[in-house]
Design a protein around this ligand. Sequence first.
Ligand code: SAM
Length: 283
Amino acid sequence: MLTSAELKAVLARYEIRPKKYLGQNFLVDQKVADEIIGTCRLENTDWVLEIGPGLGALTRGIAGSVKKVIAVEKDRRVCAALLELMKGFGNIQIIREDFLELDLARALSECPPKIKAIGNLPYYITTPIIEKLIINKDNFSSIFVTVQKEVGDRIRAKPGRKDYGSFSCFVQFHASPVVLLDIGKRAFYPQPAVDSVFMELSVLPKPPVQVDNIERFFTITRAAFGKRRKTILNSLSYCGSLGLDKSGVAALLERAGIKPTARAEELSLDDFARICNAVNLEV
Ligand code: SAM
């Protein structure tokens, strides 16, 4: 991969000034790149979707280990540089597009049914990128992402932790998150303000709790954490789309066996599932 000095030369040649608003912190530590690629258990039959390849710090190593890489990069100049830097490889398709706007079904139409997703994600849109990957989880055997350490903490947080929230519930409903590597901020140029972690989100074959309506389940978790300092009774009473007044919510919580004075951060996925499923229990 490019050393820090080589990277700066490429940036100068292509007149690329790393853009903070695009989360452009390029990996310049070969050892970290090797460790990342080593933990992804890549095989020569794999197809990989890479989000935000930048100047190819991971792309090169991935392409050398797998059958095909589909790399989605938003920045036009970065794409031009990447195209030149990856010239020797015949198995990299570069799509110049905003990943959030990308028609994933079309982009992956030639792929085998299960591929791997990998990305050192641009930090400003980590959450929507992970949401999009998880919503399309049927395409992926595994999802590997580098995120800011505090985002990694939020993703993995369990009840009782202050970083436990609706995003923790969303990810843990669909996937099992594991931190594979700690990555210091010095591994990137320009250096971000905080350290990162490289995580695997192993897609679960079925959710860890059973709910009768997934949309309602997430309406409830979002409403509960939207007013996380309030009791669950109050936060759900403010939730228009649940359509229950305070006495209706009190009855719902009683049916679910949840204390009305509990706060969202004390409730497990199982507790939220009980609330969700109690909506349709006979009163
Ligand atoms: N993978 C490279 C590396 O490790 O050096 C670059 C990582 S950098 C943290 C994130 C990359 O995502 C940048 O190249 C940036 O231009 C790109 N990016 C930012 N927003 C994007 C978007 N919406 N869709 C696709 N790529 C995006």
